[in-house]
Design a protein around this ligand. Structure first.
Ligand code: ATP
Ligand code: MG
Length: 359
């Protein structure tokens, strides 16, 4: 049982600052997912929590006690690394290792290992050495070591990246169930959009060493604070169109002269200016009987089974647009599709700062 407080934490390697002041209070039992582009500092942040990197400035506290100067072994944290560190000459011992150094009775160690191995479907590999395991099997052994210890805090750095699709889904549910059963405060890094939306109570979206937004998955999906965040959550990513805002700030004009009304009083502060309109692919639909707001010229179609992705262009400037339609559609290239946009789900961003404006 532990809460983790990250307070204005900085990290510098040599002369390069890579983390520029990140803060987040993680409640006891909470599951936080960290997401961001490669090199933005996710692993570095986790490693500072684990005690594997020195904190250049700021404070990390567990249950109110500052751990900045505490050795990793004294923090009672278990971490699954991005490049899972297995001790090359240990097999079952691999999982027992964390426990032996804690002087747990042998029977208790064996019981815990069998339990965890069952969950992870690795019982048959227990006596193999790491080099005799596949990448995914190794990842599960690393996970097992983590679970077996029942620590105060779990840290997962892309724990499922080497697993096949079926195991991934199984493990995702298993991690969530375990985390809820054990009520272990957890921080996990992932690039997987489904994991992002389903695994975490809260997300930290990182951009180049900063926390661009912290919030629940739905909050961030529905009200992304910046264009960067908006483009990072959702797949395919949000469409961005530079369009003019009307002189009274109450509507935007799409290429092709269609006017889309804004919700909740419009954006008087930016009247007459060019803004960035954000539309998620799933918030467009075929126009049917209604007049289309835009006429998409189909470039490419991807049939996913449950739904169909259509990529195309429209308007004089050939603005690009991705659309997600429910069910299966066979559209030929260069077909013209009349589309409607769900105006209550539009997002508006400032063109210069990229910040969300209006509602
Ligand atoms: N030991 C180190 N010495 C110098 N620079 C480092 C060191 N470790 C990481 N960096 C730099 O710090 C930045 C953040 O690295 P980090 O590994 O935290 O990224 P990440 O978000 O985990 O990326 P990825 O998604 O690719 O794993 C990168 O620019 C990286 O080159
Ligand atoms: Mg990393």
């Amino acid at each position: 049982m532990a809460d983790v407080s990250i307070k204005d934490v900085y990290k510098t390697f040599g002369k390069t600052e890579v983390i520029h002041g990140i803060s987040c209070d993680i409640k006891d039992g909470e599951f936080v997912v960290v997401l961001g582009p490669s090199g933005c500092g996710k692993s570095t942040l986790l490693r500072m929590v684990a005690g594997l990197e020195v904190i250049t400035k700021g404070e990390i506290a567990i249950n109110g006690a500052v751990v900045n100067d505490l050795e990793p072994a004294d923090r009672d944290i278990a971490m699954v690394f991005q490049n899972y560190a297995l001790y090359p000459h240990m097999s079952e011992k691999n999982m027992a290792y964390g426990l032996k150094i804690r002087r747990m009775p042998k029977e208790e160690i064996e019981k815990r290992i069998r339990n965890a191995a069952n969950i992870l479907e690795i019982t048959e590999f227990l006596d193999r050495k790491p080099r005799q395991l596949s990448g995914g099997q190794r990842q599960r052994v690393a996970m097992d070591r983590c679970i077996v210890r029942e620590p105060k805090v779990f840290l997962f750095d892309e724990p499922l990246s080497n697993l096949d699709a079926k195991l991934r889904v199984q493990m995702r549910l298993e991690i969530r169930r375990l985390q809820e059963d054990l009520e272990v405060t957890s921080i996990s890094v992932t690039h997987d959009q489904v994991e992002v939306m389903t695994l975490g109570d809260r997300l930290i979206i990182m951009d180049n060493g900063y926390a661009a937004q912290v919030g629940s998955p739905l909050e961030i999906y529905e009200r992304p604070a910046t264009r960067f965040v908006a483009g990072f959550i959702g797949s395919p990513g949000m469409n961005f169109l530079p369009v003019p805002l009307s002189a009274d700030g109450q509507w935007v004009e799409l290429p092709g002269a269609t006017r889309l009304p804004l919700q909740n009083g419009g954006i008087p502060s930016h009247r007459g200016q060019e803004i960035i309109l954000g539309i998620r692919p799933e918030h467009c639909d075929l126009a049917g009987e209604q007049a289309g707001m835009m006429h998409l010229n189909v470039d490419h179609v991807e049939i996913l089974g449950a739904d169909t992705l259509v990529y195309g262009h429209f308007g004089e400037d050939n603005a690009l647009l991705a659309v997600r339609l429910p069910a299966i559609h066979h559209f030929e290239k260069n077909t013209i599709l009349p589309l409607v946009v769900s105006t209550k789900n539009m997002h508006i961003f400032d063109k210069e700062s990229g910040k969300r404006i209006g509602d």
